[in-house]
Design a protein around this ligand. Structure first.
Ligand code: PGA
Length: 248
């Protein structure tokens, strides 16, 4: 799978242009993976209309409320997303943890709301630079996964996608090496095996995110435990994003 996280970029007109360009390119290309785009929430309806017509990509949101409905000014609920044909939602991105103070507890609630509404969460985890330098990266990622996900039963867990995004690699141009990505992805799969067994772990999609681009995607995706990418900056350029989707 490749998922494009547009973050807070593009006006409506620019977003519409990018989506039509992507659809044209994907209709021509032979990509053998699932493609998801996660535009800003305001554009989800437009993106859903395009994706329903073409069938070449699915639509994801970048965030969801931990509450189901009610007096929560400015929030968007999981039932609202489901009613717009949104099939995925990014949760626990490091930017949300850092700038909006999201906690593991809130992230767990958001995931519950999504699963109740048949939306697959794309759960982000990853260590800070100082945590890697202190060789605490495995411990940090394991704790994030345990706290946000491990209260779910096997069936619910099997709808969750994991994105390993080392924080030091996001938007910095400093990609993890293919070895570093493989090592962490294999570790995450082991952690899942210990909790849910080998079958569930084998079937879990684990994406890599953090300065993944048209040049390095092939090398990253060639690793046995890297099942695709969560792409930020490079998903804003149609040609680059299509090249990434064709990198398997
Ligand atoms: P980046 O962002 O590809 O721009 O590093 C990835 C992400 O934050 O999901």
């Amino acid at each position: 799978m490749v998922a494009g996280n547009w973050k807070m970029n593009k006006t409506f007109q620019e977003a519409e242009e990018l989506i039509s360009e992507l659809i044209q390119e994907f209709e021509k290309s032979e990509h053998g993976c699932d493609v998801v785009i996660c535009p800003p929430a305001l554009y989800l309806e437009m993106a859903s209309d395009y994706s329903n017509d073409s069938g070449v990509m699915a639509i994801g949101a970048q965030n969801v409320s931990e509450y189901e409905k009610g007096a929560y000014t400015g929030e968007i609920s999981a039932p609202m997303l489901a009613s717009m044909d949104v099939s995925y939602c990014i949760v626990g991105h490091s930017e949300r943890r850092k700038y909006f103070g999201e906690t593991d507890k809130q992230i767990a609630l958001k995931i519950e709301r999504l699963l109740e509404n048949a939306i697959s969460p794309i759960f982000c985890c990853g260590e800070l630079l100082e945590e890697r330098e202190a060789e605490r990266h495995f411990e940090v990622v394991e704790k994030q996964i345990e706290e946000a996900l491990f209260h779910f039963g096997e069936e619910e867990f099997s709808n969750i996608i994991i994105a390993y995004e080392p924080v030091w690699a996001i938007g910095t141009g400093k990609t993890a090496t293919p070895e570093q990505a493989q090592e962490m992805h294999a570790f995450i799969r082991r952690v899942i095996t210990n909790k849910y067994g080998e079958q569930v772990a084998e079937n879990t999609t684990i994406l890599y995110g953090g300065s993944c681009n048209a040049k390095n995607a092939k090398e990253l995706f060639a690793n046995p435990d890297v099942d695709g990418g969560l792409i930020g900056g490079a998903s804003l350029i149609a040609k680059d994003f299509v090249t990434i989707a064709n990198s398997f």
